[in-house]
Design a protein around this ligand. Structure first.
Ligand code: SD4
Length: 294
């Protein structure tokens, strides 16, 4: 038995690839990396890898992470440039170093040292991404625009993995990290329990540690749908109680039996899921709470 759930409609090709790996008995880690690499290489996906949103200075800085639920090892890169596949660098951080996170130039030197293929940043900035950046710069727009691929996989060996990849928020300050490469915020996994991932305003997701929160609820016996709903409602209510208006947040989670959950506080969120014996399916998610009426 295997199960995959990943954030946003654009995850369809990643999930289809992941299902191919898992249906032939492959490992969750390989499924997550192979799937996310496809998303990273797709120039039409404007928030991950090649073609992603640019930072304030017109640069493409990418974040990615992976957590192996069997060992609780994690690897992440923050603000990496000149690499098309930050997920592969993140996996190498996990598997080949004693560290959890490498940042910026350090992540790039490490990738170079171990022979991961680089690609000039300017080659990965699409005309559409450059045009959007020029418009936002002309408008003096604040940082905005986001999305992440969050990818959760349970394989037939019982291993669970959570992985993410994103360009982060458009017009972000150079060096800014969102939640996606931060353990417990944008991703978490523990085999035998479950996994979770989040997408949306990283600053809000980090404040409320959403992925660890969902995994802990599953550990305590919650159905994944209940864990997802409760995580979004609790995060919004907690922020309101402390005088901060929540912005867009959406989450997915998975338990060790392959049951899934998803929730959001805004319209437009969707996920893609696949399991044994079925085609990958896209599912629209109705907000469990509306951030605009809080
Ligand atoms: C971030 N959460 O950098 C990430 C990207 C995103 O929807 O916004 N995803 O804040």
């Amino acid at each position: 038995m295997y199960r995959i759930i990943a954030t946003w409609k654009f995850a369809l090709s990643a999930v289809t690839m992941g299902a191919k790996v898992l249906s032939s008995g492959g490992r969750a880690l390989d499924a997550a990396e192979a799937g996310i690499r496809l998303t990273e290489s797709d120039p039409d996906i404007d928030c991950v890898g090649l073609g992603g949103f640019l930072n304030r200075d017109g640069e493409l800085e990418l974040d990615a992470a992976v957590m192996d639920g069997d060992t609780l090892k994690t690897g992440a890169v923050i603000g990496i440039k000149n690499y098309e596949h930050p997920i592969t660098v993140a996996r190498a951080v996990m598997e080949k170093t004693m560290h959890n996170i490498l940042v910026g130039r350090g992540a790039e030197s490490f990738a170079r040292e171990i022979g991961i293929e680089s690609r000039p940043m300017l080659d990965m900035i699409t005309p559409g991404a450059r045009k959007l950046w020029e418009e936002k710069r002309a408008e003096k727009a604040a940082a905005s625009g986001h999305d992440t691929i969050g990818f959760l996989a349970l394989d037939s060996h019982g291993s669970i993995v959570s992985a993410t990849s994103t360009s982060g928020m458009g017009m972000k300050l150079p060096g800014r990290s969102g939640d996606s490469p931060i353990i417990g915020s944008g991703f978490y996994a523990e085999s035998g329990v479950g996994a979770a991932s989040a997408t949306g305003w990283g600053e809000d997701i980090m404040r409320t540690c959403m992925s660890f929160r969902m995994t802990e609820m599953i550990r305590a016996g919650a159905d994944p749908q209940k864990a997802a709903d409760t995580a979004v409602i609790t995060a919004c209510e907690t922020m309101i109680r402390h005088g901060t208006k929540p912005r867009e947040m959406a989450v997915i989670c998975l338990d060790a039996d392959g049951r899934i959950g998803a929730a959001c506080n805004h319209k437009g969120f969707a996920y893609v899921t696949a399991c044994e014996g079925g085609e990958p399916t896209t599912v629209d998610v109705e907000p469990i709470i509306d951030k605009d009426t809080l």
